[in-house]
Design a protein around this ligand. Sequence first.
Ligand SMILES: NC(=O)c1ccc[n+]([C@@H]2O[C@H](COP(=O)([O-])OP(=O)(O)OC[C@H]3O[C@@H](n4cnc5c(N)ncnc54)[C@H](OP(=O)(O)O)[C@@H]3O)[C@@H](O)[C@H]2O)c1
Length: 332
Amino acid sequence: MEPIPSQMTVVGISKPGGPEVLLPETRAVPKPAPGEILVKVAAAGVNRPDVAQRSGSYPPPPGASDLPGLEIAGEVVALGEGATKHKLGDKVMSLVAGGGYAQYCIAQDAQAMTVPPGYSMIEAGATAETLMTVWHNVFERGRLAPGETLLVHGGSSGIGTMAIQLAVALGSKVITTVGSQEKADACLKLGATRAINYKTDDFVAAVKEATGGKGVEVILDMVGGDYIERNYEAAAMDGRIVQIAFLGGAKATVNFTKLMIKRLHHTGSTLRPRSNADKAAMVAAIEAKVMPLLHEGRIKPLIDGTFALHQAADAHRRMETSQHIGKIVLTV
Ligand SMILES: NC(=O)c1ccc[n+]([C@@H]2O[C@H](COP(=O)([O-])OP(=O)(O)OC[C@H]3O[C@@H](n4cnc5c(N)ncnc54)[C@H](OP(=O)(O)O)[C@@H]3O)[C@@H](O)[C@H]2O)c1
């Protein structure tokens, strides 16, 4: 194994602002603390929260790296005390609390997962964040069961493309909303039974029609705003609505009558500030229940495109066009 250098190239946020504030810097290579591993990064996924962090609206939680980057894949090159799940030379993919836009990154040993066979490092670098977000919100919070129908808003997003695959592979039907025909085609190809272009069709009416008037059992929503009341309309009796973002606004005037009449559950969560113990528990559940589907090649992130680490600004520009379908990845 090559010696670990003392310095590395990273991409930092020079000040809050547009994509141009993402600039290469030189930093010291971090040392793994107890329970941590040092990963030589091969690929780092770009996620919408990185854009929010760059523009100053999503500060890193206390103790986390100030560098952007919430998921990585690479080779384990150093082990902190007590890190026994992985060994030197292992190829892993992991959620990280920040610092992914770098040549080396610290991950929690318990949160890192072995790269599944048949996965490229680019695919592996684009997996952990969406897999954990979808698993926790759709299955642990939303309790989606086989035979039930899931409505995914933003079906072509990194999160949406993972949610479609996971729900279909675990025996559910998926309906999505999308902003273009091209995105609709991509969602149908991933296994969705219906992709509603919300710019031309009313998703509530389309969901009712697709479910024989019953509505959907679970909704994964990243839009909020005026979708909140419309989600109550589109949900089935005892439906579960899980909020993971508010791209359309966090404030709304809502008539809650449907929530009561239909006995709905409206919940939500954010992954990043969760404790290491919570994240490790999610990873353990994923390894037990979902990893075989990744091994069989039934779940693989849909890659929109890749950019070199020093082109992180262009990767953010691509994400902010919202034209991408699936994941944008930085190669290191
Ligand atoms: N709570 C959590 O734990 C958690 C974890 C990870 C990510 N997230 C959130 O989940 C969302 C998806 O993340 P991602 O990385 O998958 O994002 P992404 O790939 O950039 O996808 C976002 C998509 O949402 C759709 N959209 C709908 N309304 C929008 C609006 N008002 N503004 C911008 N886009 C809108 C767009 O597609 P259309 O053309 O179809 O509109 C866009 O492509 C983000 O908001 C992110 O912050 C939450």
